[in-house]
Write a protein that binds this ligand. Structure first.
Ligand code: LFR
Length: 471
């Protein structure tokens, strides 16, 4: 008969995708065939003075994509949803969305991390959550939230939880994404009442938690052809799903060390999979994050600003009338001497949308580096600075976790950027293994297939040695 097929809804900062994964092959030697059935743009829009996600467009893309998946692959064995983290909608007790989810790059969070510090000291927050300091953390967004809206709100739903609730009627907070709110206890994997209360947030906002690999519910009758399809919880934070798809165990057999990963897309998430969080002061000072992974693991990683800087640079040029294709930009960079200009790619000035070349000029000047002028020089500067940040992040994570890294896996769209893959190998001095490109979708499908009992229950995703940081 037909192989069981699972639809992964994978929403990224620039596009959403519905990808069907079919489990084929003999038991014990299964393979997942991935087919992209829909791709739709995700373009943030203005709502008053806020930058928000276009929820109606996303929902439309998701339901059409799922209908297409069902039409092509017959009754689906499941649906799973993952997206970027931290952003949420507030809903009332009928489930109606009270205002569109605000984009994490909106400047409303300015000063909110400091406000949070005044309520609960940063050392304490890190000791509980293990979460990196970022302006856009959900808790910081909530401190910037309109008071009337907060009062009217019944629940807060992160984007994948919101879509899951619309599909099934079930309201839950999937834990991998919940770990990016700044309100989750990293060790206990429960909401931290201490932090919720300490930050003055209403406890009722937080839905009951759920782990990946559970049946959230079935699609409601009103959704026509999809009605009755099981919706499985997955690593609903895209990075959690991407890490599931990294062949970490294979990598760990290179020497005695463990594998690091770079989940490379709009952001580059660089780090390790561990069995326990690292909650030390040194880790807080290095701004490494402990996010909840699938199967009780910890994603110990750094957010590196990522290919966002490059795409936003190309967008800046296009807006000025100079369209530069990515391939041409990369070709131009190859003509420029290596490491001509190195800047701190994680500088906060690069977070919001805007004129990237101007910001790079400023950073170069401040660092006493040659200002990048031509297309090639600018792109050279971005790629070299990214690779350097990868090296720094891999080394710092390894040092603070007490492990030796012997291989780096790159997954996500960035694997198509072979220049960046080579630079990463050169910068880290380690072998780099590239792929899969659709990491988040593959991880999403793997967790669904296991939950549905289609893949053996005992596949482990990482070598035991990478689950326990050496003491
Ligand atoms: C990557 C990602 C990162 C998160 C950032 C903002 O897509 O999910 O892991 O820090 O987006 O949500």
């Amino acid at each position: 008969g037909r192989p069981p097929s699972f639809a992964a809804v994978d929403l990224g900062a620039t596009s959403g995708r519905v990808i069907v994964g079919s489990v084929v092959g003999e038991p014990g030697a299964e393979r997942i065939d991935l087919v992209e059935v829909a791709r739709f743009p995700n373009e943030p829009v203005r709502h008053g003075d806020r930058l928000v996600w276009d929820l109606p467009a996303l929902w439309d893309g998701v339901v059409h994509g799922l209908a297409e998946a069902a039409a092509r692959f017959g009754p689906l064995a499941g649906i799973g949803v993952d997206s970027w983290a931290v952003d949420y909608a507030l809903v009332d007790d009928s489930g109606a969305v009270l205002s569109p989810p605000v984009h994490y790059r909106d400047p409303r969070t300015e000063g909110m991390a400091d406000r949070a510090d005044a309520l609960v000291p940063p050392e304490r927050r890190y000791a509980v959550t293990g979460l990196q300091r970022q302006p856009f953390t959900t808790a910081h967004q909530l401190l910037a939230e309109d008071g009337d809206l907060l009062e009217a709100a019944h629940r807060l739903l992160l984007v994948p939880d919101l879509l899951g609730a619309r599909l099934t009627g079930q309201v839950r907070a999937e834990i991998t994404n919940a770990s990016t709110t700044g309100l989750l206890d990293a060790r206990r994997r429960t909401w931290s009442a201490e932090l919720v209360d300490g930050l003055g947030l209403p406890r009722r906002l937080l839905p009951d938690l759920i782990e990946p690999g559970e049946r959230l519910g079935r699609v409601r009758a009103e959704h026509g052809v999809l009605a009755g399809t099981p919706v499985w919880t997955v690593g609903s934070h895209d990075t959690a799903s991407a890490v599931v798809a990294v062949p970490l165990g294979a990598g760990a057999s290179v020497g005695d060390g463990v594998a690091a990963y770079v989940s490379c897309g709009t952001w580059s998430l660089v780090g390790l999979e561990l069995g326990e969080p690292v909650l030390t002061e040194a880790s807080r000072e290095a701004n490494l994050t402990n996010e909840a992974g699938v199967d009780g693991t910890v994603r110990y990683l750094a957010n590196v600003m990522g290919l966002w800087v490059l795409s936003e640079t190309l967008r800046t040029w296009a807006a000025r009338g100079t369209e530069v294709a990515l391939a041409d930009a990369l070709a131009a960079a190859r003509e420029v001497p290596l490491r001509r200009t190195l800047i701190d790619i994680d500088d906060a000035s690069l977070l919001p949308p805007g004129d990237m070349p101007a910001r790079l000029t400023q950073l170069a000047r401040a660092a006493g580096q040659p200002v990048p002028e031509s297309v090639g020089e600018v792109v050279r500067c971005i790629l070299d600075s990214l690779a350097l940040a990868y090296r720094r992040s891999v080394r710092t994570a390894a040092r603070l976790a007490g492990v030796e890294v012997t291989v780096v896996h790159i997954v996500g769209g960035g694997v198509h950027n072979s220049d960046l893959c080579h630079l990463t190998a050169d910068a880290t001095g380690l072998p780099v293994v590239a792929g899969p490109a659709e990491g988040a979708a593959l991880g999403n499908v793997l967790v669904q297939a296991r939950a549905a009992g289609v893949l053996a229950g005992d596949w482990t995703r990482c070598d035991a040695s990478s689950r326990r940081p050496a003491s």
